[in-house]
Design a protein around this ligand. Structure first.
Ligand code: HEC
Ligand code: HEC
Ligand code: HEC
Ligand code: HEC
Ligand code: HEC
Ligand code: HEC
Length: 405
């Protein structure tokens, strides 16, 4: 009796260790993901595709850890030291300079864990969930495999023990009989039941958490910006219209970010903010070469564009057009971007998944009246659908080719 209890106790402790180490590992990757999203997504994708810099898929296999840390910490120093691979990649990218990052050792190890193990990307389609498994195994798959291995090991050990006992002529019991007996013995002990329930609860909670978090992969993405620009102050408190700064949203595919010269329309005069004093606004002057004391532009100054970190980013294969939605569709910016005028620091409000686009196309009626995009279609469609509301999907808004090149 006591021996059995000890064996099982050890087994439980071992499994708890197994699961705990997986969770710790997953936390590392999660933290690494945060670091990656805050610092790297402006220039890199986690695929093979090129953005400003190369796609980072498989980069931990291409280079060893020490090299990667040196590169990320200060790529220019590594290049200057004569490192051949660093020089080669620098020249391949026309000598664009990558930002330097002074992370702690722990942050580096989390970041590299993430780079080596980026999570599965999920694409939610309204007709069901389609998982695009292009980036390694998910945590839950790994958990399942480990659970399976554990069960197999127990099964094997019991059968070995039984055959040994049979060989010694002690008893003859089948493996399943043994397991059932052991199970009965096992659940008759309260501590065991408590342990298993605790482990089960943790696994369950973690699973639900991942499920919820996994939906909008980059929803709420809110990177730090080079200047503490607040939409709340500008679009909210001071009521500046979105189109004043994002002029091109009405005319073109892109909304674009205003250049520092647009800021100067007002900040030639406003050099002090109520929250940060002169500190943040001085960065605009630094970009355009303006001397706030003499109120003059510095002659011959080479303007430095402000390097805003991009927040919304659809993959290259998806086509999205702002003017089509804002002008023809008559949508408010807020329907997709949320309460921007209340955001001190801007974040991604919507999922930007395919399911999100399609869901809205299925639900939103096309504004036919006064819409010269569709005057030719108007009567035809009215005739066809006879008084039924005409939603975007009916005019072709869920055809693959409309959104994919
Ligand atoms: C401002 C843009 C920018 C940012 C931000 C940036 N990188 Fe880079 N990265 C580059 C460019 C450009 C290159 C290509 C080499 C060059 O021109 O210096 C590069 C190259 C690399 C390489 C070498 C890849 C290869 O295949 O050879 C790695 C690794 C890398 N970056 C990691 C990172 C990580 C990790 C982060 C975030 C902590 C990051 N980068 C942030 C621009 C950037
Ligand atoms: C005074 C100029 C100004 C006004 C007015 C303004 N914005 Fe912006 N917007 C910016 C700047 C600068 C950025 C880049 C910095 C940032 O992300 O906060 C930006 C970023 C954004 C982004 C994120 C872009 C990305 O990187 O993906 C969205 C979305 C956006 N603005 C929407 C709006 C909406 C909606 C309104 C009106 C309610 C608005 N903006 C009003 C200047 C402005
Ligand atoms: C239409 C006029 C207008 C434009 C254009 C404008 N701002 Fe402002 N900005 C203001 C006003 C008004 C304030 C509020 C000053 C205060 O806090 O009393 C302000 C405050 C600020 C502050 C200080 C925040 C604080 O509390 O310390 C920063 C930083 C700033 N703006 C950045 C920008 C940037 C960057 C741009 C260009 C993308 C820009 N602004 C464009 C009117 C404008
Ligand atoms: C909030 C609702 C909404 C969301 C979200 C939305 N759309 Fe739309 N979309 C519309 C409306 C309304 C129209 C019709 C505009 C018009 O009248 O031409 C439209 C039209 C289109 C069209 C033209 C369809 C045609 O047959 O001409 C394309 C392409 C498109 N959207 C792509 C996208 C993509 C890609 C996304 C996701 C990144 C997206 N939309 C998200 C509302 C939405
Ligand atoms: C139907 C949904 C929808 C509406 C309405 C909408 N946007 Fe966007 N916006 C998007 C999507 C999707 C992206 C990402 C586009 C990409 O990555 O190519 C985006 C990106 C942006 C960006 C980043 C720069 C760019 O063009 O990629 C800015 C700034 C922006 N939107 C501002 C606005 C403003 C201002 C309005 C209102 C005038 C507006 N948006 C209305 C969906 C929308
Ligand atoms: C209304 C616009 C829209 C329509 C219609 C649409 N897609 Fe998409 N699709 C998108 C967007 C936006 C993404 C990127 C979503 C993301 O990154 O999460 C995407 C992503 C995908 C991906 C995933 C690729 C990747 O990067 O992992 C596949 C595959 C795909 N679409 C296939 C299709 C097929 C097949 C159809 C026709 C049945 C279709 N799409 C119709 C907008 C659309």
């Amino acid at each position: 009796m006591t021996i059995n209890f000890r064996v099982y106790f050890r087994f439980i402790v071992l499994s708890v260790f197994y699961f705990a180490s997986i969770f710790l590992y997953a936390d590392n990757v999660e933290n690494g993901e945060k670091i990656y999203k805050q610092n790297c997504t402006a220039c890199h994708l986690m695929t093979k595709a090129r953005l400003v810099g190369p796609g980072l898929e498989g980069v931990t296999e291409k280079y060893e850890k020490e090299w990667l840390i040196k590169w990320i910490r200060n790529s220019q120093a590594l290049i200057a030291s004569g490192d051949e691979r660093a020089i080669a990649i620098f020249e391949e990218y026309d000598k664009s300079v990558m930002t330097s990052f002074d992370f702690s050792d722990e942050e580096f190890s989390d970041l590299l864990a993430y780079l080596a193990n980026p999570p599965v990307e999920e694409v939610v389609v309204s007709s069901g969930v389609q998982t695009v498994e292009n980036q390694g195994m998910s945590n839950s798959t790994i958990l399942m495999i480990i659970a399976l291995v554990l069960v197999t090991v127990v099964f094997l050990l019991v059968s070995v023990k039984n055959s040994l006992k049979t060989a010694l002529g002690k008893e003859t019991e089948t493996v399943s009989q043994t397991l059932i007996n052991k199970y009965k013995l096992f659940v008759s002990n309260n501590i065991n039941v408590l342990f298993i329930s605790a482990v089960g609860l943790i696994v369950g909670l973690k699973f639900v958490y991942d499920l919820l978090m996994g939906v909008g992969v980059t929803t709420n993405y809110q990177p730090a910006q080079p200047i503490a620009f607040s939409h709340e102050i500008h679009a909210g408190i001071n009521g500046v219209d979105c189109n004043y700064c994002h002029t091109s949203a009405r005319h073109s595919k892109h909304s674009g970010i205003p250049s520092a010269n647009v800021c100067m329309n007002c900040h030639t005069y406003i050099s002090e903010g109520s929250k940060y004093g002169t500190k943040e606004i001085a960065k605009i002057y630094e970009a355009v070469g303006f001397d706030p004391d003499s109120r003059q532009y510095i002659e011959g100054y080479e303007q430095k564009p402000i390097e805003w970190v991009r927040i919304h980013n659809l993959p290259d294969h998806a086509y999205f057009n702002h003017s089509q939605h804002v002008v023809a569709g008559g949508l408010e910016c807020q329907e997709c971007h949320g309460p921007v005028e209340e955001m001190e620091v801007l974040y991604q409000y919507s999922e930007l998944t395919m399911g999100w686009c399609i869901e809205c196309h299925r639900e939103t009626e096309v504004k036919m009246e006064g819409n010269n995009y569709y005057t030719h279609l108007h009567d035809q469609l009215k005739e066809k659908y006879k008084g039924k509301p005409i939603t975007v999907d009916m005019i072709g808004g869920i055809e693959c080719g409309k959104c994919h090149y």
